[in-house]
Structures are given as structure tokens and as C-alpha cells.
Design a protein around this ligand. Structure first.
Ligand SMILES: [Zn+2]
Length: 328
């Protein structure tokens, strides 16, 4: 993996490459973008290029540094890990970054730290990091990846070069799915529409078999929802339970359904909707659902998400949600 394999994000790649060319490498970067949008690939490609023994604008992929980078065992490309899923603690930052950076690189020009999910650093951890990025050694580079920059202290942000990911062009995603992954064009079209410029999301949808089933399950539920009796509802809930681990995706897709109805109502255009193959059902529902009802239904899905993430019981949340969505 290097810059040449990255789809989209031309402006960020250009920024990295020109800073390498001019020999003006920053010591602290923030790469900001949504989940699975390419932050990691960009950070890794930058780190690998900087460390490559050939010192080109792209890594050579054959020196020892490149090989170690690819295998994840480069001693001077350090990924900060954390024990608790939701928090990066002050001790973790202190041990893995602050103290580690006091030691010279093993063999490379730089010592590069990649902090994934930077928004999970608590304020103490961020304060510990602050000292390091205020006065880094010449070899030290910290790259913070984050989905939400507002969770980082302003003092951190002000000392970093911030690079914001932009959505990848639909055409580029589509070409990648069809040409590189062999996805058929019809499926690619849905994936592209759903991913909204997020390549990782499109790939996940295109390649993950469970995800394909999940999409079908949502379509079935939304198509039949107004004709369901209590028994059907129970069956639908049992089916949702199979997707317990991806219930957030399930609810996101339900949201997309109502977004589609709204788009169709507003624009009347089929090319604005994501569930394009379900056009006739969506059109039918668009005819009898009012704007207020659509708003209420979207809100019900948001409420369900909040409750699920607060550990409410899946079965109860889904029952209430389906009953609410059925109402006209
Ligand atoms: Zn190399």
C-alpha cells in the first residue's frame, strides 16, 4: 500500500508529496474524516514514504524499511494502542509516545507515531501529548487520526497541520469496485450511492456478504411494514437480532430508506435515491406519507439508535420502532 493505490484524496496526497519534495515535513498532523474513509491509508503511506531508504516521492516497496512497514513491524513507525475500547489514557500516551520519543529512531531518519481514533484521548492524555508536539525532536512526527476534531483540545489543533478528507468522487469509487474488486455494475451503483463518497463503506458493502443480507433484510422490512401483523413483527425482530453486531448499520440503512422517500418527494428524480431498485415501492410510500410523517419516522430511528447505544434491549427497541414506523 502506498499513495499510488489510494483512491481520491488527491489534495492531501499532493500536500504530503510537496512537503517531502521541499523537505518541509511538519511534526504534527491531524487527519480528519469519517469512519473508514481512508485516514489510515494516507497516514501509513506518508510514514512509509518518509522512511523509505530510496527517499523518493513514492516508496520503493523493496528496501528493508518498506518491507518492514508493509508487514507492520517497522520499529520507527509506531501505532499507539489502547486497552479500553473507548479511551486512550494518559499512561498510554506517556509510555507509547512521550517517553518513546525521547529515544532516537532505531535506524530511520524519523520516528513516526500514528494515533488512531485520536478523539478517544481524554484531556489528560491530550495534555501529555501537547508537550511533545510543542517541542518535538527533529526526528519526531505525530499523526493523529480522528473522526471528530472538536474532541481535540484547541491547543493541540493549533499546533498541528490539519488535513480534512473530502468525499471521493462517485465515478472513482465505482471504477474501483468494478475494475479492482470485480463487483457487477448494478451492485456497484447501489454501493456508491449508499457510501456517499466513503470508499471504505462502499467496499464493505460490496464485499461483505453479511452486509448484503442486511440490506435485503431492511428492504423486506420497509416494503412490508404497513401490512405486518404481530406475528410478522415478531419474525422481523428475530431477524434483526441476527444482525445484533451491526444493528447501527441496520438502523442507518432504515434511515436511508426514509431519506430516499423524502428525496423522491422533493425532487421527483429517481437518480437521487439510493435504493434505486426499490423505486416502485419507494414511490408508492412517497405518495401516502406526509413530510411530517417522514420526519417522525426518521426521528423514531434516531431515538432507537440512542437507546441501543445506551444498552437498551434490542428486542424492545426494535418492537417499539417497528410499531412507530407502521403508524400512518
Ligand atoms: Zn523503500
Amino acid at each position: 500500500m502506498d499513495f499510488r493505490q489510494i483512491v481520491g484524496h488527491e489534495d492531501i496526497i499532493k500536500h504530503f508529496k510537496s512537503s517531502i519534495e521541499m523537505g518541509r515535513i511538519g511534526h504534527a498532523y491531524i487527519i480528519c474524516g469519517e469512519e473508514s474513509s481512508g485516514k489510515n491509508s494516507l497516514a501509513f503511506s506518508f510514514a512509509k514514504t518518509l522512511q523509505c531508504e530510496e527517499k523518493g516521492m513514492d516508496p520503493c516497496n523493496s528496501c528493508q524499511s518498506c518491507i518492514q512497514a508493509d508487514s507492520g513491524s517497522h520499529p520507527d513507525i509506531i501505532r499507539v494502542t489502547h486497552e479500553k475500547p473507548q479511551i486512550i489514557s494518559v499512561d498510554e500516551i506517556r509510555n507509547q509516545v512521550v517517553l518513546s520519543m525521547e529515544e532516537m529512531p532505531y535506524k530511520s531518519k524519523y520516528k513516526i507515531y500514528i494515533i488512531e481514533d485520536g478523539q478517544k484521548m481524554n484531556p489528560q492524555a491530550q495534555n501529555a501529548l501537547l508537550k511533545t508536539i510543542e517541542e518535538p525532536p527533529a526526528y519526531g512526527i505525530v499523526i493523529i487520526l480522528t473522526t471528530s476534531i472538536e474532541k481535540l483540545l484547541p491547543t493541540i489543533v493549533s499546533r498541528c497541520v490539519t488535513l480534512n478528507l473530502k468525499p471521493v468522487k462517485d465515478r472513482d469509487i465505482s471504477e474501483y469496485l468494478v475494475n479492482e474488486l470485480g463487483v457487477d455494475e448494478k451492485k456497484a451503483e447501489f454501493c456508491v450511492a449508499y457510501a456517499q463518497g466513503n470508499l471504505g463503506k462502499a467496499i464493505m458493502l460490496a464485499t461483505n456478504e453479511e452486509y448484503g443480507m442486511l440490506v435485503q433484510s431492511v428492504i423486506k422490512l420497509e416494503t412490508n411494514i404497513y401490512d405486518m401483523d404481530m406475528e410478522d413483527i415478531q419474525r422481523a425482530i428475530e431477524e434483526c437480532k441476527k444482525y445484533d453486531m451491526s444493528i447501527n448499520d441496520y438502523l442507518d440503512l432504515m434511515m436511508v430508506w426514509y431519506r430516499d422517500i423524502l428525496m423522491l418527494k422533493v425532487t421527483g428524480k429517481i437518480d437521487k435515491i439510493i435504493f434505486r431498485e426499490e423505486y416502485s415501492t419507494i414511490k408508492k410510500q412517497a405518495n401516502y406519507l406526509s413530510y411530517n410523517e417522514l420526519e417522525d419516522k426518521s426521528q423514531a430511528i434516531i431515538n432507537a439508535k440512542v437507546r441501543i447505544n445506551a444498552n437498551a434491549k434490542l428486542e424492545e427497541v426494535m418492537r417499539l420502532l417497528i410499531l412507530t414506523l407502521k403508524e400512518i
